[in-house]
Each structure stands twice: as structure tokens, then as C-alpha cells.
Write a protein that binds this ligand. Structure first.
Ligand code: C5P
Ligand code: C5P
Ligand code: C5P
Ligand code: ZN
Length: 500
């Protein structure tokens, strides 16, 4: 790929050359939508290049997880969507000769570097908004294909003329998964993807696997029946429709359209373009009438990212719904199911993933209710809540982010969310947790004012004997149980400094 930064491509080629010469590779990735799509991209690229591999997933790449990896007899470990933040620990194992790391990541790197380290932040690209873990893996996949083409003697220029076969040959078909990863990491801001992500979208469009367009920016356009689509859309609140089942129904009934088929409400994606336009204009008109500010109304429309090869009306067709489906597997210790879906298993894996998705949705909605009902505690510069064992630590960050903007939960302060590690999120499990997970979430607006949660979570956690990191807008940490109050105090100070 000839991206905007040649150095990034050169580093990708160096990583690819090392991988090509391996007998086999251990692929280790992170348990969320971006981590799964990263692994799926890397897996297909390795397979197509004829490099045998095995894939493992980790909730968190801590000392123990890295030590477990080091005792396997793989000489090379490919880390995707994590690894940069743990380079200090990884390098120790590298120095001991345990394995050679190859890293395709986008998190804030620790204070060490290594030869095969592919991270946008090293090349002036923003890892929180311009390239995800899946994006970095895609850049690596493109480099692997380029090497394979060289060895096969096939002509990379002739291979750039579109068509499914050539898109596969040069791995551009994997752009669809890279878009899902970026969207899953919430890299879209102001309704669309930017920077290097936009370049990947372009390659996906050329390869015929991605379609983009201006569309309603609501979650669930493929799978939610219209009334539910409108009722559940709360990012932009429209009085009398959002969170209002009867209101949403009567709004739709009031339109002069036949929006049902066989007695059932259709989904947005099943409407004709004209029908969509009629509904969208009526929605905007209603929002204006009810006094929704113009800046909010703008947010009702954005760029949609559609996976053109997936069937209409499925979670797989919309990048945002696809990413939620993946979180529903990986964040519940079923990364194997999500990986299966990414690799094209449209039967067993997809069915299991859908079952997990129903459970995930219930947990998100119960978690958001819990936060909204119990409220958050406001400090000068941050707000926080402690879910104890009532929200699973793997989704407490998603819940915190989704609760921002609800009653009592401000969008002008970052939110810190605590949960006990090791619980199933249903309460009552004997976790005896010694450790507490903290997730931090901000907004892009706060980041523009100076907020960097990766620094906040990293420094405040280390001050209390824990560790953490991540991105400016979203980060996490593990801290010892009992240190929460001190952690909040430190975090509050650091955020205060950043925003002053
Ligand atoms: O480890 P990783 O980088 O993949 O995870 C990033 C996390 O941050 C995702 O769970 C994503 O949903 C979250 N995020 C967020 N708000 C943002 C950006 C990212 O909640 N604005
Ligand atoms: O679960 P995930 O972090 O991928 O969710 C990304 C975004 O999708 C959320 O911030 C939310 O706006 C939306 N979402 C939703 N309903 C769900 C799941 C996700 O509205 N059930
Ligand atoms: O777990 P959570 O969704 O809150 O993670 C937000 C971001 O912080 C992710 O990118 C994750 O990889 C990162 N993180 C980290 N170190 C931790 C916990 C989370 O770098 N100990
Ligand atoms: Zn990521």
C-alpha cells in the first residue's frame, strides 16, 4: 500500500520480510472488536503467504500473559492491537532470546523500541483516530502480499486493477475488516473516518468490499425494526421519539408510507432511497420543531460504512453493528466465535455470535441503567462510579462511554469506571478480587482541550501500585483493591493539569 507515510510502509515491509522467513508464528491479539479484526486480517495474510500460525487472545497483555507466551516454543510472536504499551516487558524476553516480537499496534508505546514495531504513532499518525490495530495489521497484510507477489514473479502493478481475485491477491479485500476495527475502536469522529483510515476505506471501495455514503447516523440500520431504530437512538435526543416507544410508533404511523412488510416493521436498510429520504426529512423536521440545536441535528447524518459482500439486513453488513457483534463474543471469553465470523464462518459461529449479542445488549442496557440510576460522583475534573461485581470488567468501559450524556452523567468531564476483576458481572460471584479494573472515557472535544487519558490512567495507576495505558480518548488500568479513592484523587489532579 502506498499510504501517506512511506516510512510506515517501509516498516511494514521489514516486519513482513521477517514473518516470511518464519517456519511458524504465534499470533497474539486483544479481546475486542479491533483485536479480533486485527487477528483475522493477520491470520488471512499469514495463511495466504503460506506461513503456519496459531492464534491466542488475551484480555490484557500483562507480565503473566507475556511470560506464558515466552514459554511456548514459537520463535516469533506477532502481537496485534497490543504490544506497544508492553514493549518494556516484551523486550526483556526478546533480550533473553525467548522470541522475536513483531508488533502491529496503535497504543501509546512504552519507553523501549524494537526492530519489527509497526505503530502509526511512530510515524506521526494518530493512533486514536487515524489508524486502529486492525488498520496497522492491514498495512502489514498489504506488505506481506507485496513480498509474495515479488517472490511469485507476479506483477504488482497488474494486480492493482481491481477485481475480486486481484483484491485477494494483494489483500485489499481485508480492508473491510480494517474498517470494522476502526469503527469498533470509535475512531470515526464527526460522523466519519479520517486520515490513514480514510485511505483504507478507499482501498476497500476500489476492491469492491466496502461502500460508503451519507446516511442516517443511527445504530442498527441493518437489524433494528424502524420503531426500535428510532426509539433506541439516544446520541441525539429527539423529544417524543427517543426512549419513547409510543412516540416512535406514532411518528412512523404519521408518515404517508407503507413501512411494514408481511405485518412486520422493516429495517432502515430495506427501505428504498426515497422512503429513507422521506423518513429522514420528517425526523429532522421533528427535531427542529422540538428545539433540538442545529449542531445536534447535524449529528443525525454521517458517513455509513457498509460491507458490500454481506447480506442486507444482517449485523455483518454495517461496520458498527459488526463491531458490536464482535465485542459480544470476545469480551465474554469467546474470541474463537468472533474470529470464526471474521474468517467467514456464516453458520455455526454466526449463530453463536448472535446468541452472545443478545446477552451483550442486555448487559449493556442493564449497566447503563445502573449507572444512570445510581449516578456518578463528581470531583472537580473527573466523574466516577464503582460497579463492584455488578458490571463485567470487560464491558465497564463501553457502559461508561455509552452512559455519558445521560441524566447526571456529564460530557464535559472524563468518566472513570471501576469494576472488580474476574467477576461475571451478575453480582454474587465469589471473586474475592484483589485487583480492580478501571476504564476511562473522554470525548474528542475534551481531547482537543488537552485531555490524554492514556497518561492519566498510566500515571495515576502506577502511583497506587497498578498499571495502565491506552489512548487519549479511552484508556484503562488495573489497580489494587482499596486504592480507588487515591487513584481518583491522582487522576483528578492530572486531568486538572491537562485541561488548565
Ligand atoms: O484496545 P483498544 O484500542 O482496541 O480499545 C479502544 C476502546 O476504546 C474500545 O473499546 C472503544 O470502544 C473505546 N473508545 C471509546 N470512545 C472513543 C474511542 C475509543 O469508548 N472515543
Ligand atoms: O459495543 P460497542 O462499543 O461496539 O458500541 C459502539 C457504539 O454502538 C456504542 O457507543 C453505541 O452508541 C452503539 N450501540 C448501541 N446499541 C447497542 C450496542 C452499541 O447503540 N446495543
Ligand atoms: O478496557 P477498556 O475498554 O477500558 O480499554 C480502553 C483502552 O485502554 C484500550 O485501548 C485498552 O487496550 C487500553 N488499556 C491499557 N491498559 C490497561 C487497560 C486498558 O492499555 N491496563
Ligand atoms: Zn485497538
Amino acid at each position: 500500500m502506498t499510504g501517506p507515510v512511506p516510512e510506515l510502509d517501509e516498516r511494514a515491509l521489514a516486519c513482513a520480510r521477517h514473518l516470511r522467513d518464519c517456519d511458524r508464528v504465534l499470533l497474539a491479539s486483544h479481546i475486542d472488536a479491533d483485536g479480533l479484526t486485527s487477528a483475522a486480517i493477520a491470520a488471512q495474510a499469514l495463511e495466504r503467504a503460506g506461513i503456519p500460525f496459531e492464534a491466542v487472545f488475551e484480555k490484557q497483555l500483562d507480565e503473566t500473559a507475556i511470560a506464558d507466551i515466552a514459554v511456548t516454543d514459537y520463535d516469533t510472536v506477532l502481537f496485534t492491537d497490543f504490544g506497544s504499551g508492553q514493549l518494556d516487558i516484551i523486550s526483556e524476553h526478546e533480550d533473553d532470546g525467548a522470541f522475536t516480537p513483531v508488533i502491529a499496534d496503535h497504543h501509546q508505546p512504552a519507553d523501549r523500541d524494537t526492530e519489527y514495531h509497526l505503530n502509526p504513532l511512530l510515524f506521526g499518525i494518530d493512533g486514536a483516530s487515524e489508524l486502529s490495530g486492525a488498520g496497522a495489521s492491514y498495512v502489514l497484510a498489504r506488505a506481506l502480499a507485496e513480498l509474495t507477489a515479488e517472490t511469485d514473479g507476479s506483477d504488482p502493478i497488474a494486480a492493482a486493477d481491481g477485481g475480486t481475485a486481484t483484491a485477494r491477491a494483494d489483500n485489499r479485500d481485508l480492508a473491510a475488516l480494517a474498517v470494522v476495527g476502526a469503527v469498533g475502536d470509535m475512531q470515526a469522529s464527526g460522523g466519519e473516518l479520517h486520515g490513514a483510515n480514510e485511505g483504507i476505506v478507499g482501498e476497500g471501495v476500489d476492491a469492491g468490499v466496502v461502500e460508503t455514503g451519507t446516511d442516517l447516523a443511527l445504530y442498527g440500520k441493518q437489524t433494528r425494526p424502524l420503531p426500535k431504530l428510532l426509539e433506541y437512538a439516544t446520541d441525539v435526543r429527539i423529544p417524543g421519539i427517543s426512549n419513547d416507544q409510543r412516540g416512535a410508533l406514532s411518528f412512523l404511523d404519521g408518515l404517508d408510507l407503507d413501512l411494514k412488510s408481511g405485518g412486520e416493521w422493516r429495517c432502515w436498510a430495506e427501505l428504498t432511497r426515497e422512503e429513507q429520504q422521506t423518513v429522514a426529512s420528517a425526523l429532522v423536521k421533528r427535531a427542529v420543531e422540538r428545539g433540538v440545536p442545529a449542531s445536534k441535528i447535524d449529528q443525525l447524518v454521517g458517513t455509513s460504512y457498509v460491507l458490500s459482500e454481506e447480506p442486507v439486513g444482517t449485523e455483518l453488513r454495517d461496520a458498527s453493528e459488526f463491531s458490536t457483534l464482535l465485542n459480544a463474543t470476545a469480551r465474554y471469553e469467546r474470541a474463537d466465535v468472533g474470529l470464526g465470523v471474521c474468517l467467514g464462518d456464516r453458520e455455526g459461529a454466526l449463530e453463536r455470535a448472535r446468541k452472545l449479542l443478545r446477552n451483550h445488549r442486555r448487559n449493556l442496557s442493564e449497566g447503563i441503567d445502573l449507572v444512570t440510576e445510581e449516578g456518578v460522583t463528581h470531583e472537580a475534573h473527573v466523574q466516577w462510579f464503582h460497579a463492584e461485581d455488578r458490571i463485567r470488567e470487560t464491558i465497564v468501559g463501553i457502559v461508561a462511554g455509552m452512559a455519558m450524556g445521560n441524566d447526571g452523567v456529564s460530557r464535559s468531564k472524563p468518566i472513570l469506571a471501576f469494576a472488580e476483576k474476574g467477576g461475571d458481572g451478575n453480582g454474587g460471584t465469589e471473586t474475592d478480587a484483589e485487583e480492580i479494573k478501571v476504564s476511562g472515557r473522554g470525548t474528542h472535544g475534551l481531547v482537543r482541550k488537552g485531555l490524554d487519558l492514556s497518561v492519566v490512567m498510566g500515571e495515576a495507576s502506577r502511583a497506587v501500585g497498578g498499571d495502565g495505558g491506552g489512548h487519549d480518548v479511552a484508556a484503562g488500568a488495573t489497580v489494587p483493591k482499596g486504592s480507588e479513592a487515591e487513584f481518583v484523587e491522582r487522576a483528578d489532579e492530572i486531568v486538572g493539569d491537562q485541561l488548565s
